[in-house]
Design a protein around this ligand. Sequence first.
Ligand code: BEZ
Length: 211
Amino acid sequence: MATIRLGDVSPNFTAQSTEGIINFHDWLGDGWGILFSHPADYTPVCTTELGTVAKYKAEFDKRNVKVVALSVDGLESHKGWINDINETQNTTVNFPIIADEDRKVSELYDMIHPNADDKLTVRSVFVIGPDKKVKLIITYPASTGRNFDELLRVIDSLQLTAYRKLATPANWKSGEDCVISPSVTNAEIPELFPKGYREIKPYLRMTPQPD
Ligand code: BEZ
């Protein structure tokens, strides 16, 4: 297993999921993707996480992001647990969950951290861009449920970088001013950022978020 780093092409795989067999790269298509692992089915924190992701579907769709979850539990376990998630979280799970019983994908993506737990996956998140490259990696411990608002925030930032040559400052929230990428010259600014800009320092130039 090689270490996966930002900018690497995401390793491709074929796996069984609750929505049939998935070839990861084919399934991603031309859009963005999130692959995220959880430690185990029928556990409390995971139940709330997967329910939350289901409720955020419109937000992911708006950003052209497909989401796929994974644990090392089997397909029948996933299917039974989905009923519980739907019931207790008042939603309908609307994304596939990979059944990685042989840990093929978990090992490919280094999702099992033996000094945390030698059998179960940690809470990994990989955001993949349309070029299939890894744009973000986050790892949480089993006991901490992830903040999916933060994930949407980062995706907004990644997309501003990919499509608009913008970066985002500390604690940025969608709608706030963005940072003009250092690669953009002042001469290019009027065409790229018609809302104008403020030059605080030559290396620190802010512009309103584009529409
Ligand atoms: C949970 O999802 O609640 C959980 C899973 C493994 C360890 C601790 C919590």
